[in-house]
Structure formats: structure tokens, C-alpha cells
Design a protein around this ligand. Structure first.
Ligand code: FES
Length: 495
């Protein structure tokens, strides 16, 4: 996968890998913002903690986010109030505000150098789009109702035209990788350990098995964006991919979060490192594994930036995946049927704040402390009336995709016809195969059946990955698991 601007801007920080078995109070699978913050809070509460990260601490989805922190949500607070009620929207906005305050206090407490700054959040319609303008007006009212000072403004501080715009003051932004890796570095100790390159291969009630070690724990937290293995929550989550680009600019953008609504739904912000200023745009959303041309998604973002900013080149390109919950709220807490296993999932694109909020909820649940938001976000909740529409939509989509892929006859393709950078689903030796050739010309043949639930993976040319359209598992060109619920790599096919 391509490196994000955050990965390019933060020097590598190495954490140990785990080679011996160990016993802890809390084992956390996943070293993103959720896992690291949960570890920090649990350690502070006196628990022995181990964080087990499959790759690098902070360098997964956290390092592919926008770095923006805001009390509202990407699907708009007014829409959440319509689905649930005004009280729920208020609790969501206020609990998210508390999570932003927690990040600010952790930055200060540990002196984390992560470019944290206060920033106003803006929502604007660049064109005369009645639907977008209506949504902006509703969002302003919902934010006001939740007690936030959201106001209409005539002009945006970044010079873009806006037909209608609102501002919500005193939100924040940071470098999410510098923050997460910095927090892990600050809190690590013999009782709070962080391990890299240790992917969970099997998760039982109290045991996590990895290639080189076993961890036994009283509590297991899956801070993996979506639960690992099979879990009913996966039927309530829609996996989506988004794209990010950053282009050098001559003058720095003012602090601020800028979301456009209408024909384009993009998030804009500025960032500077090594003396260079950048404007970045994130958007071009689609269902994971279901875009015909993923490179065109970068192209659309680039066109948008070129239309509004004076840019010459694109310095960074990256993608991120998110999981949208059917009823509009994340799933955080104990899973059904297992009292010592916890999840935190369904953040949509609001994961930095929800991840931090999840850490407080998980730590409170583990330590037996009451939390007034526990029920609202409970992973055991049953809200069929709220989730029915999206639940049916997502699962119909999964079933249709599965049927289409299984019934489609694949072409028999001569392997030498597969070009460098190209991946194809083919019929090979009487069986379906996923074939790709890397930039150096090396051919790889894999089984195309996702090791989670056997959907067929699709080639993502922009990122050189095999992406599963069902529940968001993503695999590298060599078949290894990059993210998602799959625990095991795609099987090799002998060529
Ligand atoms: Fe579930 Fe692939 S992620 S089948």
C-alpha cells in the first residue's frame, strides 16, 4: 500500500516483537489509536497490558486518517437525530467532545510532539446544490440543539467559494501517527508493553495465538477496526474505501477542517513538515473491492484540488478503509456470548475521536466502572428498527456480489499476458485464481477466495492489493493479510 503523508512525516519508531509466551490482565489486538489509548488508560488503572500489533504501532488505519478531531460525525448529526432522536445526537456529540478533550490532555500530560492545534470545523456547499444546502442548514440546527455554537459564515478562510457554510469553533487537528506512536512511547513500561509484527492467528476465550508466542489474558480487546474472525457485528458493518492525496503549496493553509457537501464530498486541510506546506484532500468513497478503476478515484481528488488550489504535483497518495454501522453508532464493549472479549468497531470516518472514546468505554467496562455512554454504544445492543434499512442494503450487496463473482466464468489467460502492476481473476488449470505481477515482473498466483468467508477478492490497482467486497479484508499482492476480519493469508496456487 502507498504511504500516507503522516507515515512520510514521522520517523520510524521500533517496538519489540513478541517471541515468548506471556500472561497479562488485558491483551489488546491492534496498535492503532483505539488500542494504544486503551492500553494507556488500563495501565493507568493498574492493569498489566500487552498490545499486539500485526504490523507497526500507529501505522495502520490511524496513519491513513485525516488527523481531524470534531464533535460532530461524517454522516451529520441531524441524520443521526432523525434515525435515533435528539437526545442520542446530543450524547454522541458531547461524548465525542469529551474524547477530544482527553486527547488534548494526553498530549499535554506526556508532551507528545504531534502538531496538535485547535481548529474550526467547516461544512460548506461549493455549488448551488439544494440538497447540500438543506443538509448544512439542518446540521447547524442539530449542532445548536446539542449545545454547540455552530454559526453560518459567508466566506471560508481557505479562499474557496461557498454557497452555504457553517463553522463550529474550537475543534482540533493533529498528526495522528505522531500522536499514537508518541503516546505508546510515553506510556510503555514493564506493565504496559507494545509489540509489533505479531499477528493474531487464533483467538480463543482467554488465549491469543501468534506465530511465535501465546498470550493469555483475563480480558481480550479487539481494537482491529473490525473484529477478527467471524462475528455477527460484521453483518451490520459496510466496508468502504476512501482516498487521500497531498500536494505542495506555497503558503500554509490556515488551521481548520473543511468538508465539502454536494457533487463532491471531500475533506480538506493543510499540513506542513520539513519546511514544506501541503494541502490534502480525502474522499472518492466507494464500497471496498467494488470499484472498477481505483486509480480514477485518485484522479477525481486531484481534479478537485487543481480546480481550487494552485498545485503542480501530488506528493502523497494513500487509501484508507472505514466501516459504516447500520444503525449509525459504533459498536464498543463486550461481545455477545463472551464476557471477557471486547470490540470497538463501526467508527465510519470518525475513528480518531471514536477510537479515543472507545478506550474510555473499554477501560471502564474492564475495570467495572460505570460509564453513562456504555449502553448507547454497547456492542450487544439490538436495534433492528434503527439498522433495518442499512442492514438489508449492506447484506443484499454482499449476497449479490458473492453470487455475481461465483457465477461469473473467468477467462483463461496466458500468464505472460499479465503486465507489471496488473492483477486479474483468471481460470488457471481448471480453477479460479488471482494472478498479479509486481513492478519488478514477478508473477504471483493465489486462491481468490477470501479466507474469512470465501467471497472472491478483487484487484485494487491503485494500491496493488486484493480487496474483499464482502467484509473488508484486504490482502497484499503476496496474499498476506493487511486488514479486515481475515486471520489467514490467501492460499498460494502453484504455477
Ligand atoms: Fe468476509 Fe472476505 S472479508 S468474506
Amino acid at each position: 500500500m502507498n504511504a500516507s503523508i503522516w507515515e512520510a512525516s514521522v520517523p520510524e519508531q521500533a517496538f519489540d516483537t513478541l517471541t515468548t509466551d506471556m500472561d497479562v490482565d488485558v491483551a489488546i489486538i491492534g496498535g492503532g489509536i483505539t488500542g494504544v489509548t486503551t492500553a494507556a488508560l488500563c495501565a493507568e488503572a493498574g492493569l498489566r497490558v500487552a498490545v499486539l500489533e500485526a504490523y507497526r504501532i500507529g501505522r495502520g488505519t490511524t496513519a491513513r486518517s485525516t488527523g481531524n478531531l470534531y464533535a460532530t460525525i461524517d454522516n451529520q448529526l441531524y441524520a443521526l437525530a432523525n434515525k435515533w432522536d435528539a437526545r442520542t445526537a446530543l450524547e454522541v456529540a458531547q461524548s465525542r467532545r469529551s474524547a477530544i478533550d482527553l486527547i488534548a490532555s494526553l498530549v499535554q500530560q506526556h508532551g507528545i510532539a504531534c502538531d496538535y492545534r485547535e481548529a474550526d470545523w467547516h461544512l460548506f456547499a461549493p455549488e448551488d446544490d439544494h440538497e447540500a444546502i438543506d443538509a448544512i442548514e439542518r446540521e447547524q440546527a442539530a449542532l445548536r440543539q446539542a449545545g454547540f455554537a455552530a454559526d453560518f459564515i459567508d466566506t471560508l478562510p481557505i479562499g474557496m467559494q461557498a454557497r452555504r457554510a457553517i463553522v463550529l469553533p474550537a475543534q482540533a487537528q493533529l498528526n495522528p501517527l505522531a500522536y499514537t506512536a508518541g503516546l505508546a512511547t510515553a506510556v510503555r513500561s514493564t506493565k504496559c508493553q507494545f509489540f509489533e509484527h505479531c499477528a493474531a492467528l487464533e483467538i480463543d476465550d482467554n488465549i491469543i495465538k501468534m506465530r511465535n508466542a501465546i498470550v493469555r489474558a483475563r480480558h481480550i480487546v479487539m481494537a482491529t477496526h473490525t473484529p477478527k474472525g467471524f462475528h455477527p457485528i460484521q453483518t451490520e458493518l459496510g466496508p468502504y474505501s476512501e482516498y487521500g492525496i497531498a500536494a505542495p503549496v506555497d503558503t500554509p493553509l490556515p488551521a481548520g477542517i473543511f468538508w465539502s457537501l454536494g457533487q463532491t464530498k471531500h475533506s480538506l486541510r493543510g499540513f506542513s513538515y520539513n519546511g514544506q506546506h501541503y494541502v490534502m484532500a480525502i474522499g472518492s468513497k466507494h464500497k471496498t473491492g467494488q470499484a472498477e478503476d481505483t486509480q480514477a478515484c485518485y484522479g477525481a481528488l486531484e481534479d478537485f484540488l487543481r480546480a481550487h488550489f494552485n498545485i503542480n504535483t501530488i506528493a502523497h497518495r494513500w487509501t484508507a478503509q472505514h466501516f459504516r454501522p447500520a444503525d449509525g453508532l459504533p459498536y464498543i464493549g463486550r461481545v455477545r456470548g463472551q464476557d471477557n472479549v471486547y470490540v470497538a468497531s463501526g467508527y465510519a470516518t470518525d475513528g480518531l475521536v471514536y477510537g479515543t472514546l472507545a478506550a474510555t468505554l473499554l477501560c471502564d467496562e474492564i475495570t467495572g466502572k460505570e460509564n453513562r455512554c456504555a449502553e448507547l454504544y454497547s456492542a450487544r445492543r439490538f436495534a433492528p428498527l434503527k439498522s433495518a434499512g442499512d442492514f438489508i442494503k449492506e447484506n443484499t450487496n454482499v449476497a449479490a456480489q458473492m453470487a455475481k463473482d461465483l457465477l461469473t466464468n473467468l477467462p483463461e489467460t496466458a500468464l505472460e499476458n499479465i503486465q507489471p502492476g496488473e492483477g486479474r481473476l483468471i481460470e488457471y488449470d481448471g480453477q479460479k485464481a488471482a494472478a498479479c505481477r509486481d513492478a519488478q515482473g514477478q508473477l504471483r498466483l493465489l486462491s481468490p477466495f477470501c479466507t474469512h468467508m470465501k467471497c472472491i477478492v478483487h484487484w485494487n490497482r491503485a494500491e496493488a492489493t486484493w480487496d474483499c467486497p464482502c467484509h473488508g479484508s484486504r490482502f497484499a499482492a503476496d496474499g498476506s493479510v493487511l486488514e479486515g476480519p481475515a486471520l489467514h493469508p490467501l492460499q498460494r496456487v502453484d504455477a
